[in-house]
Design a protein around this ligand. Structure first.
Ligand SMILES: Cc1cc2nc3c(=O)[nH]c(=O)nc-3n(C[C@H](O)[C@H](O)[C@H](O)COP(=O)(O)OP(=O)(O)OC[C@H]3O[C@@H](n4cnc5c(N)ncnc54)[C@H](O)[C@@H]3O)c2cc1C
Ligand code: SF4
Length: 567
């Protein structure tokens, strides 16, 4: 949907980005009656683009010509979710580059340029944070506490989970609060065995990875039919993707328009009164620059992209970037480490391998057990990590030999349990993003330079993740155990956060607890850049819950007569 007339109109609220956060902001505000425009850099998404049922042999290059994809997406294609099926959903790395210092490589993957943003291709694991996370600084003395408690956000987790649909098992854990779950998808025999043995021998919980895949129909969306590759779309809309949920809800309210191919360059500031009054965007097809006006601007473009917009919006009054009187903007970059784990062989338990599926799109999750109230403290690092994993019976693809003996050996079932750690990275001032004054993208917009290096804390945590993976696989009775613990770049987890952080002190943070900038009251940033720290649980459920809470605050303010500026 492209509404070219938008440029001539003005709105109550502009939402930049249509992914996890932008979709929710638009839905919440438009359904309540506010006039909203979503400005989305990507193309419209449609069921016609979905290829989850298309076999590889139907593709031009059989999904085997990775070099061809690498020519335009050398960074995006490092992660195999970007494949011949969907590579044109991702940004062209040559046209939209970023830079890093030579000795600090950072792979900024998952830069999707479609309506729905990263929710088109995400892994869907949806976990709550707890006060163990929000008040982590009080527990261990590092960094700052969040300006909210679990009780503040819990009702919004409920709203989001009930709408997106999360399959999960209640476990009653303080560090991983239960939610509003759909019935759990079953664990495989090997996952059940692993759950039971690890719990019995080590007292640790292994649970179904709480995941935004429907086990029951919801709001016209079908239950998941276990076809497998959700990152290629889903015709039955059985996983959560804002392209077929929140964004169409917002548009069908009659109060929201979606402007696609709109690459926002900067937020516009009224020099008379220090308020923002719109944005300037570049149409990706025509390269024409256009201004759109509104009473309120909400950035939801993904953490680095939103901060890039703020830094590019500097004015004489805000010389180091908009809303940056604290000088914290761009600093405290965090991104999960995901470079350690392990695998081992479990009994096939009578299961036979098949090429035809079904393929359960949800595995297991091992919640954080280090540095919690009950779990053992680590002398070597602060905070903690969880694991994602799965086990299913497969063919013995690595069988040696040839001929009839090889064919027989390949059919021998093998059940591999694989677990990968996701670890919290401490928010440190030295990890930051800035504008690279020497480089622009093809739209003429200055790009980011990303500075990120691991500290001793991450190095010690990564080592522990590898060792603990081995211990748990051993406790489960796995054979042929293999563990690994590598330095953390590249940042496979794609969970970047923290560069416009929330805080109660305007001198040390960019946003207040409602993701409203301390400096400019009608400017909000509702993606993960607002996180005060980046707990090891996957971030998106919290991104969405915070966004809904902040939108409700915004509307309360308007009801009180605030934020109703004319422009
Ligand atoms: C492969 C993969 C697996 C993941 N797995 C998980 C998981 O299991 N669990 C989890 O919690 N999280 C996961 N994530 C992360 C999750 O997808 C993100 O946390 C979430 O989508 C972020 O929401 P967002 O609204 O900030 O950004 P996005 O969802 O990325 O949306 C941002 C949108 O803004 C648009 N945009 C960017 N710049 C501009 C601009 N200048 N002007 C206009 N529009 C702009 C983009 O095109 C995009 O559509 C995964 C991510 C990837 C890539
Ligand atoms: S596995 Fe389920 S959610 Fe994923 S694409 Fe298939 S039907 Fe959709």
């Amino acid at each position: 949907m492209i509404f070219s007339a938008a440029a001539k109109r003005s709105f109550d609220v502009l939402v930049v980005g249509s992914g996890a956060s932008g979709g929710w902001a638009a839905k919440r505000l438009a359904e309540a009656g506010l006039k909203v425009a979503i400005l989305e850099a990507g193309r419209p998404q449609s069921d016609n683009n979905f290829t989850e049922h298309q076999p590889q042999f139907e593709l031009k290059y059989r999904n085997m010509a990775h070099e061809i994809i690498r020519k335009t997406r050398p960074v995006q294609s490092v992660f195999d979710v970007c494949s011949e099926y969907n590579y044109d959903w991702f940004c062209n790395d040559i046209e939209e580059p970023y830079t890093t210092p030579k000795d600090q490589p950072f792979l900024w993957m998952g830069r999707v340029r479609m309506v729905g943003g990263r929710t088109n291709v995400w892994g869907r694991v949806s976990l709550r944070f707890s006060d163990w996370d929000f008040k982590a600084a009080s527990h261990d003395g590092f960094g700052e506490d969040w300006p909210i408690t679990y009780a503040d956000i819990a009702p919004y987790y409920d709203i989001v989970e009930k709408y997106i649909g999360v399959t999960g098992m209640a476990e009653g854990l303080e560090e991983l609060p239960d939610g509003q779950f759909q019935p759990p998808m079953p664990l495989t025999c090997q996952e059940t065995l692993f759950r039971n043995r690890v719990n019995k021998k080590m007292g640790r919980t292994v649970t179904l990875a709480r995941s935004a895949n429907l086990s029951r129909p919801l709001n016209g969306r079908g239950a998941c039919h276990f076809c497998g590759p959700c990152e290629r779309g889903c015709m039955t809309h059985s996983y959560f993707n804002s392209a077929f949920t929140t964004v169409p809800d917002a548009v069908s309210s009659g109060n929201c328009i979606l402007i696609t191919n709109a690459m926002v360059h900067k937020v516009l500031v009224d020099p008379q009164n220090n308020r923002v009054n719109g944005v300037l965007y570049v149409d990706r097809n025509t390269k024409k620059a256009t201004e759109v006006r509104a009473r309120v601007v909400i950035l939801c473009a993904q953490a680095q992209e939103s901060v890039r917009i703020l830094l590019n919006s500097a004015t004489p009054r805000h010389p180091t970037g908009l809303a940056n009187s604290s000088e914290a903007l761009g600093h405290y970059l965090t991104a999960h480490v995901r470079s350690a784990g392990g695998s081992g062989e479990l009994p096939a338990a009578g299961n036979t391998p098949t090429l035809g599926g079904p393929i359960k799109p949800v595995g297991i999750y091992i919640p954080r057990f280090r540095n919690t109230k009950k779990g053992p403290a680590s002398k070597n690092f602060l905070r903690g990590y969880g694991y994602e994993g799965d086990a299913r019976v497969d063919f013995n693809w690595e069988a040696p030999g040839f001929g009839a003996a090889y064919k027989k050996a390949v059919r021998e079932p093998r059940a591999i349990m694989d677990i990968t750690g996701f670890g919290e990275v401490l928010p440190r001032w030295e990890n930051f993003v800035e504008i690279d004054p020497a480089v622009k993208d093809i739209y003429g917009i200055p790009v980011l330079k990303i500075h990120m290096a691991d500290s001793a804390n991450e190095a010690a945590m990564i080592k522990d993740i590898g060792e603990s993976a081995g211990e748990m696989l051993e406790a489960a009775g796995a054979k042929n155990i293999h563990t690994y613990a590598k330095p953390s770049a590249p940042r496979w987890a794609l969970h970047e956060a923290g560069i416009a952080r929330m805080g109660s002190n305007a001198k040390t943070s960019v946003l207040n607890q409602f993701q409203q900038t301390h400096d400019i009251d009608n400017l909000f940033v509702m993606d993960a850049s607002s996180f005060t720290s980046n707990p090891c649980q996957n971030p998106t459920l919290t991104i969405m819950a915070l966004c809904v809470r902040s939108c409700d605050h915004l509307m309360e303010e308007m009801k009180r007569g605030n934020l109703l500026y004319n422009f």
